[in-house]
Design a protein. Structure first.
Length: 77
């Protein structure tokens, strides 16, 4: 055993940034909503997306804070 491979995030958002949201998807009715930061053309948004059909239930402008700043640093490497 060695520490040669430090685990790196492979997804645009780290898993710990995802937060389960109570409620049901407007599109498919599944209670599979998750809230997480998403980088799009206009910058960072905090979205609530259905993990079943990927419908965007909610979307709001979001500042770059905390772990997202760290993630940006990681992606720049
Ligand atoms: Zn859905």
């Amino acid at each position: 055993m060695s520490n040669h491979s430090f685990p790196r995030p492979e997804e645009p958002t780290p898993r710990q940034a995802r937060e389960a949201v109570a409620g049901r998807c407007d599109a498919c009715g599944e209670s599979a909503l998750m809230r997480y930061p998403l980088l799009s053309e206009g910058g960072w948004y905090l979205v609530v997306k259905c993990q079943s059909c990927l419908h965007s239930q909610q979307r709001e402008k979001w500042q770059r804070l905390g772990h997202v700043t760290l993630l940006t640093d990681a992606l720049a490497c």
